[in-house]
Design a protein around this ligand. Sequence first.
Ligand code: FMN
Length: 255
Amino acid sequence: MRVLIGLAHPEKQSFNAHLAEKSCQTWLGLGHEATVLDLYGEDFESREASWHYSARKDSDRFDPMQEQRHHWHLKKLPAEVERHVSLLFKADAVIIHFPFWWFGAPAILKGWMDRGFVYGGLYKSDMRHENGSMRGKKALLVSTAGSSMQACSPNGRDGDMRLMLWPLMYSLHYVGFDVLEPYLIHGVRGGLVADEANQQRDQLTQRVFEYQAKLACWKDWPSVPFNRNEDFTEGQVLKQNAPVYSPFVRHIEKD
Ligand SMILES: Cc1cc2nc3c(=O)[nH]c(=O)nc-3n(C[C@H](O)[C@H](O)[C@H](O)COP(=O)(O)O)c2cc1C
């Protein structure tokens, strides 16, 4: 299996960078191929913008989707996007490591999707969801939060962290990935001293072992369920008898 490991963290000594490295070592140890794509490390420009495009279809008005599609067909995507897209197509699995920042992904990761999930190339109206370009590949989000597991639970003060990752997971599903249940590590706090710091180190060491053990049983990792095209009327609205997998896509109660 070829595994692409994305990392969205600005610090090489961070827990996230450590976990991504452990992830890579685990896959290599299991006899697979693994590549780390360190977005900060390669100074990835996360802003989608006109200046990336060398052969504009419309030089007066920048339309990101049109220019993405145009440059995909011309084979003139920005060089870094071309490379990342090629890594995505070669991978059997994509694992993305990132800290939970302001109840979502760091901007660099969001920008990577804005730029890298190229319209016309990775998705279009007849090539998305179960017909997406990434079908047959698995994607996993691995994220750390400063808050505790209780605070990040569905009835917790900070809200349901897994649910807040739904837009990211749905985006991966949108381009065709089979999205696995995210791996979340809570209570990863900086600035601790003495006993608290030692306690956290021990807990995190344990979580790394658990994560590595789960990777070793990759085939058993459960997927996140999403509605299929047939669950919607003309691809738009949930049919009355369709299942609900997320509060983001649900039936509307009628008075
Ligand atoms: C800009 C920023 C925003 C953050 N937002 C959240 C948040 O919304 N929820 C949370 O639990 N922790 C939040 N944190 C804490 C980080 O999630 C935590 O520091 C990180 O997961 C620790 O991993 P690291 O050691 O690899 O950086 C935030 C941290 C930063 C720097």
